[in-house]
Write a protein that binds this ligand. Structure first.
Ligand code: FMN
Length: 440
């Protein structure tokens, strides 16, 4: 379903439009600012453009990157972004969100190593730089579907999500013992990622997968739920243990939901009175703890693609007509991330939610960087559609409208149709045949 599509014009008219729509969105034509390097402890990202994690759902059954996965990362690394945030990589088979999700273990370590080497070689050849590459480690929790049927395991019951996905009382809540063991699986996977040459790992804490669910598990009894200390215990234990098990220069980071839009006492970063209103006090408290632990990079997102996708990724076409103009969704993301950043001292923030803006994203991104509301401008769907967008932006005079993502949600349709995903519109040869075959 589509809302009336916002007409993207030139920079001046775009500026007028956002004013008319009353959106607080900074803009600037200073594209040179994207060339700013970002220092992350002992590592340096060569520019301020990030590719955000985008699952291609194209791994082999054992979680090893396939030819199609390798093609995606080839395109990313030849595209010029300074930070490549690899998509969700499961730490255990039962935590995969779909049968084709990446998974790292000692048997397929070599394939991940080769993928990383290839990325570095490509980037070196094309740009004489080395992108920072982060591997996102995940357990899918309530959204687990490792084989051909859902196998959810919950942090706690959440009426709105349970109802939407038909999860009754027979669905299991993960035990404290299982969580204790799972902490070690995250550590094992992080150690493997370091061995494979990745610059760091993200302990994925967003979009209501397992750890994000724990952060909101006010109603969970025991040591991994209830108060703030209990709800953050799993994430913080994993961060500590991974830091202990890896080298000093290895980046330990997390992609965190700053706000999930789910009502209290089931949400994180939401006002107790109104789930439509963020309350950043707990996310800020958590970020400050992470900062004290030496976490130097975070990636902030909002919402969940399964419940309120318009919060997660502003769109024109999707499963329902969003209750707000997409520009309001962009504003919530970028200003929320800026607010969180302003309450930390020494952490680099990746910002999210730019793909709907087409090539206007570069002006908004420049405005955000100028105002220091983020350190990286991160692109999700755009990276499927336009993997060399960074090259155009940095070195070819700017992004081109005709190459941009049109926020049509076909990549999500492919994912929901339980098949591999990518851009049906701008990467036609590969994904149109798959779309025609698999999307009914
Ligand atoms: C097909 C698809 C796959 C995604 N995969 C991931 C993922 O693996 N991990 C993650 O944190 N976010 C994932 N996301 C969310 C994106 O990283 C991003 O937050 C979202 O699309 C909004 O950014 P954008 O406006 O640039 O697309 C995915 C989104 C889509 C549409």
């Amino acid at each position: 379903m589509k809302r009336e599509v916002f007409k993207f014009k030139n920079f001046d008219e775009f500026k007028e439009d956002i004013e008319k729509l009353g959106a607080n969105i900074p803009v600037s034509e200073n594209l040179e600012i994207f060339k700013t390097k970002v220092i992350l402890g002992d590592k340096t990202a060569p520019n301020s453009i990030a590719l955000n994690p985008m699952e291609g759902c194209d791994a082999l059954p054992d979680g090893t990157p396939s030819e199609l996965s390798i093609r995606r990362f080839d395109r990313y690394s030849k595209g010029g972004a300074g930070l490549i945030w690899m998509e969700a990589v499961a730490v255990v088979h039962e935590g995969k969100a779909n049968p084709r999700q990446f998974l790292i273990n000692s048997d397929n370590l070599g394939a991940y190593e080769k993928l990383m080497d290839q990325m570095c070689e490509n980037a070196q050849k094309a740009f004489n730089h080395k992108p920072v590459v982060i591997m996102q480690l995940t357990h899918s929790g309530r959204f687990s579907r490792p084989d051909d049927k859902p196998e959810p395991v919950l942090a706690c019951r959440v009426p709105v999500l349970d109802e939407k996905y038909g999860l009754d009382d027979s669905v299991r809540i993960i035990t404290d013992d299982e969580l204790e063991r799972l902490e070690e699986e995250f550590v094992k996977a992080a150690v493997l990622a370091e061995k494979a040459g990745y610059d760091g790992v993200d302990i994925k804490s967003c979009h209501r997968y397992l750890i994000s669910g724990l952060l909101a598990a006010h109603t969970r009894p025991g040591k991994y739920g209830g108060d703030f200390e209990g709800r953050t215990r799993f994430l913080l234990n994993v961060i500590d243990k991974v830091k202990d098990a890896t080298g000093k220069d290895f980046l330990v980071t997390c992609r965190l939901n700053g706000y999930d839009g789910i009502e209290y006492p089931y949400g994180f970063g939401v006002s107790k009175e109104d789930p439509l209103v963020p309350d950043f006090s707990e996310p800020v408290k958590l970020l400050n703890i992470l900062e004290d632990k030496g976490v130097r990079l975070v990636n902030i997102t909002m919402g969940t693609p399964y419940f309120n996708p318009h919060v997660n990724r502003p769109y024109d076409g999707g499963g329902y007509i969003p209750p707000e103009h997409p520009i309001k969704g962009v504003e919530r993301l970028i200003q929320g991330i800026g607010t969180l950043k302003s309450q930390t001292k020494n952490m680099a923030f990746v910002s999210t939610g730019y793909s709907w803006l087409r090539e206007m994203a570069q002006y908004v991104g420049a405005g955000i960087l100028e105002k220091r509301l983020a350190d990286f401008i991160g692109f999700g769907r755009q990276s499927f559609a336009y993997p060399d967008m960074a090259n155009d932006l940095l070195y070819q005079g700017g992004m081109q409208r005709k190459k941009c993502c049109i926020a049509c949600s076909k990549c999500t349709e492919l994912m929901r149709a339980d098949t591999v995903t990518g851009c049906v519109v701008k990467d036609k040869e590969v994904y149109v045949p798959i779309y025609k075959r698999d999307v009914k």
